[in-house]
Design a protein around this ligand. Structure first.
Ligand code: ANZ
Ligand code: ZN
Length: 824
């Protein structure tokens, strides 16, 4: 009885406990950036340290680890780093509540997350870990600010900004959602403040043009969102004389319709309205403005919103018709788009149509609609009509031709010119909050704005402020710390003050992926030569919630770094993958719905590998995963089955597989070949499905074929371990060892498939009816009984015999060689 070896059962806890410390001690995933093999850089959007990791992280990181591990097996030198986006409001709010310093909350949470992260077995290089709230990091965020400042790309201006009365901070336009603060839901108001901006608008065209590099490797919808956000419009600036000696310029995309401009509208909240309004009308304007404060930009522009406005008491003159156009202030014109003034063309613009109807203004069509078209603005194509004066006629021309002609004519009169307008605004980067990188500027009564000299960076945050001292007071909490604020002017030495605002955390995250190249450097932001070697990132992975801002800002900063000769690439992320969400019961997990699933509990119950495998297997990576519809228990069973294969193999390591069962060998080699194309197409879920088939086939070979000594079984088990390592690293590592190999499976060579084995071997099966040979079939040797029966019964000849003989009574199947149909 001595040959009977005691078989162990699959114990994920023991396997995790065994391999986690091994990888760490072995440095399995540490990247040597000086290594000369071809490189691949996989980057996951770094987490914000709120509480522990959750199911969303578990999904994103399981997905991001697949290409990282795959490319490692393919022989690339892979960089896969991790860090934390660790400045931001929640830490500060927690500190106020708990009478603590934000650093305490932040770094405690980071530790918790890092532990979970390690346990989760993601193949990252821990030696490159960074935190944006470390002095070591934000020194370079400040350095970057100063470089932008030098180039005129960071500037301060006084303007009305979005203000959240509850968070007591300014918000970028993009942080205002339906008129409310993205974070707390409080209605946003406008406040005039002196604020720092980055001049991203200078890069609008390049941000658009360079998207050509991303076509096909970024999700189309993300490119569309970037395009819309930048919002390039070709059109013209037209000048209109207005009573009182003013000239007001409008931006229009339809200069061809100028003959139909019958009124003039300006943004009620723009300075311009104040300049134009007559004394008699100014009271009414004030009252109108009051109502406007609580309406968001999006609501203001909605076509179905009732049109309102106030007559300003003055008229503009249409340069083509000489018509006197009453000037109104209205809310559907935005103060900060175009010039904040619009020529009202009700015949062709629906919002103008509604305004004209509400205020009983003339409507003149300048494009000919179809015969029965009426009751609304006509925005389609067609020949121009009603568009002629003594000097020029557009009548009969199509829109594009008419546009060109009228621009020429107006240009010759000095009353108009072609122009391009963008929806994109400069990036408001200052925040009146504590937990961020201080803006490295000193204000001197004599010298004005003075950049902090480089050798005085970083401007560090005070460590002794806590609790209530951090509460928002309409200005940065730093302003109340006079010790911190008072400083000698670096130029003249006189008493001066530090800028008390901190930077938007989007600044921190706009460049971290380059810092990973050398995160500990104290002498430079990053080493240019190595950055050029490693970037752009080959695969960036993260949520679609960052489809606009984070990506736009990162793209902008990359272009600025390019212009500074610090990098040689113009786009930071070659390919982008947006993973879906993890839902529960069809809905996003949330506290209020009580449908949250705790990641820690899942890991306890099923093990890391089962959770990871479930995430990857559930759907293509970009689709949502509904935790109510998946079965981590089934994943765990599959992993146990795969693991048992490795334990059952009895052939020696290195046995030539050529003598093994050909059916299984063929499946193994097809699995490798298919995995290559599936991984390339990011169909990670299908790779898992194929592995399940392979494991089943190998098991069958053990149980009813040549048994555990068949070298084809070893081959299948080894390939399973390697492919499985992409999603279930613990189980795969243990299998690899059971199969007699040295760890780590993560650093093995991708198995090569043999072309000849991809062809499925076939055999001729005979089909009998009542024992008589009636037809033949060419079938794969490993066809199942059910498939063989179905194929035999579907043969037209056989169907005829069955019909003539009174139907099927019984079918006897001997796969793959024989089917006998008993009829009558
Ligand atoms: C006259 C006109 C006639 C217009 C027509 C359109 C159609 P996009 O494509 O988004 O750039 N507009 C200009 N400034 C505006 C502002 N501050 N707030 C609201 N609307 C504004 O849109 C440009 C068009 O939006 C401009 O062309 C202007 O209306 C309006 F048949 O001018 B148009
Ligand atoms: Zn000075």
């Amino acid at each position: 009885m001595s040959e009977i070896v005691e078989k162990q059962s699959y114990d994920f806890r023991a396997i995790e406990a065994k391999w986690l410390p091994f990888w760490e001690q072995d440095g399995t995933f540490v990247t040597n950036t000086a290594d000369s093999r071809p490189k691949k850089y996989v980057c996951d959007m770094f987490p914000y340290p709120s509480g522990d990791l959750h199911m969303g992280h578990a999904e994103a990181f399981a997905i991001g680890d697949v290409p990282a591990r795959y490319w490692r097996l393919r022989g690339y030198n892979v960089l896969h780093p991790i860090g934390w986006d660790s400045f931001g409001l929640p830490a500060e709010n927690a500190a106020i509540k708990n009478n603590a310093h934000p650093a305490e909350w932040t770094y405690n949470n980071i530790e918790t997350q890092a532990e979970s992260f390690k346990r989760y077995g993601i193949s990252v290089d821990w030696t490159r870990r960074l935190h944006t709230s470390d002095e070591l990091y934000y020194r370079w965020t400040q350095w970057l600010f100063l470089r932008l400042y030098e180039r005129g790309l960071a500037y301060r201006r006084n303007s009305p900004v979005n203000w959240c009365p509850s968070c007591q901070t300014v918000l970028a336009n993009e942080q205002v959602v339906s008129g409310a603060c993205e974070r707390c839901g409080t209605p946003v108001t406008k406040k005039a403040l002196n604020q720092w901006y980055f001049k991203i608008t200078d890069y609008a065209d390049r941000l658009l043009e360079d998207m050509a590099q991303l076509e096909g490797t970024w999700p189309e919808r993300v490119l569309a969102m970037q395009r819309n956000w930048i919002g390039r419009s070709e059109g013209a600036h037209l000048d209109f004389p207005v009573d009182g000696g003013h000239t007001v310029t409008v931006f229009t995309t339809r200069p061809d319709t100028v003959f139909g401009a019958t009124f003039f509208v300006v943004a009620a909240d723009a300075e311009l309205a104040t300049e134009l309004v007559t004394d008699e009308q100014s009271g009414e304007l004030e009252a109108y403005r009051e109502q406007l404060k609580s309406v968001s930009d999006i609501e203001r522009q909605a076509t179905d919103r009732k049109k309102t406005g106030v007559f300003l008491g003055v008229y503009a003159t249409n340069p083509t018709t000489g018509a006197r156009m009453p000037v109104y202030a209205t809310d559907y014109v935005l103060a900060d788009y175009g010039t904040g003034a619009v020529m009202g063309v009700p015949g062709q613009d629906q919002r103008d149509w509604e305004f004209a109807t509400a205020f009983d203004l003339p409507i003149v069509r300048t494009v000919q609609p179809a015969a029965d078209f009426e009751g609304e603005a006509y925005t389609g194509e067609g020949p121009a009509i009603n568009s002629a004066n003594a000097e020029i006629s557009l009548d009969g021309m199509e829109v594009e031709e008419a546009k060109a002609k009228i621009i020429d004519w107006l240009d010759s009169k000095g009353a108009g010119r072609a122009t391009v307008n963008y929806r994109l605004r400069d990036w408001l980067v200052s925040r009146q909050r504590f937990w961020g990188a201080p803006i490295p500027i000193i204000h001197c009564p004599d010298c004005g704005e003075v950049p902090v000299p480089e050798d005085q960076l970083p401007v560090t945050l005070p460590t002794d402020m806590r609790g209530e001292q951090l509460a928002p007071k309409g200005q940065s909490p730093l302003a109340s710390n006079t010790d911190w604020v008072s400083v000698g002017c670096p130029v003249c030495g006189k008493p001066a003050t530090r800028d008390t605002d901190t930077m938007d955390t989007f600044v921190d995250s706009s460049w971290y992926y380059i810092r990973y190249i050398d995160p500990k450097s104290t002498s430079e932001i990053f080493p240019t030569e190595q950055a050029n070697q490693w970037l752009p990132v080959d695969q960036y992975v993260g949520g679609v919630e960052h489809a606009i801002l984070h990506l736009l800002y990162s793209r902008f900063i990359t272009k600025v770094l390019y212009d500074m000769d610090l990098v040689s690439f113009t786009e930071p992320f070659k390919a982008l993958l947006n993973q879906g969400q993890v839902l529960n019961g069809g809905k996003a997990m949330s506290k209020s719905l009580g449908n949250g699933v705790d990641l820690g509990e899942q890991l306890e119950a099923y093990g890391v590998d089962a959770v990871r495998l479930t995430m990857v297997f559930a759907s293509p990576p970009e689709d949502d995963v509904d935790w109510a519809d998946v079965s981590p228990a089934a994943s765990q069973k599959f992993l146990a089955r795969a693991w048992r294969l490795a334990q059952d193999v009895t052939s020696a390591r290195g046995t030539d597989p050529a003598a093994g069962a050909s059916g299984l060998r063929s499946l193994t080699h097809r699995s490798i070949a298919d995995a290559e194309s599936l991984l390339g197409a990011q169909k990670y879920n299908v790779v898992v499905a194929r592995l399940m088939e392979l494991v089943n086939a190998a098991r069958k070979e053990i149980d009813s074929g040549a048994g555990p000594a068949d070298p084809a079984v070893r081959e299948a088990a080894e390939v399973t371990a390697q492919l499985l390592s992409l999603v279930a690293p613990y189980t795969a590592e243990d299998m690899w060892q059971l199969l007699g190999h040295e760890a780590s499976v993560a650093n093995t060579a991708w198995p090569a498939y043999e072309e000849a084995l991809l062809v499925q071997e076939t055999i001729t099966a005979v089909v009998q009816v009542k024992g008589k040979l009636r037809d033949k079939l060419e079938v794969p040797v490993d066809i199942t009984e059910a498939d063989l029966e179905a194929q035999a019964l579907a043969l037209p000849k056989i169907q005829r015999y069955i019909a003539d003989d009174g139907g099927v009574r019984k079918v006897i199947v001997r796969a793959p060689k024989l089917v006998n149909v008993v009829t009558g």
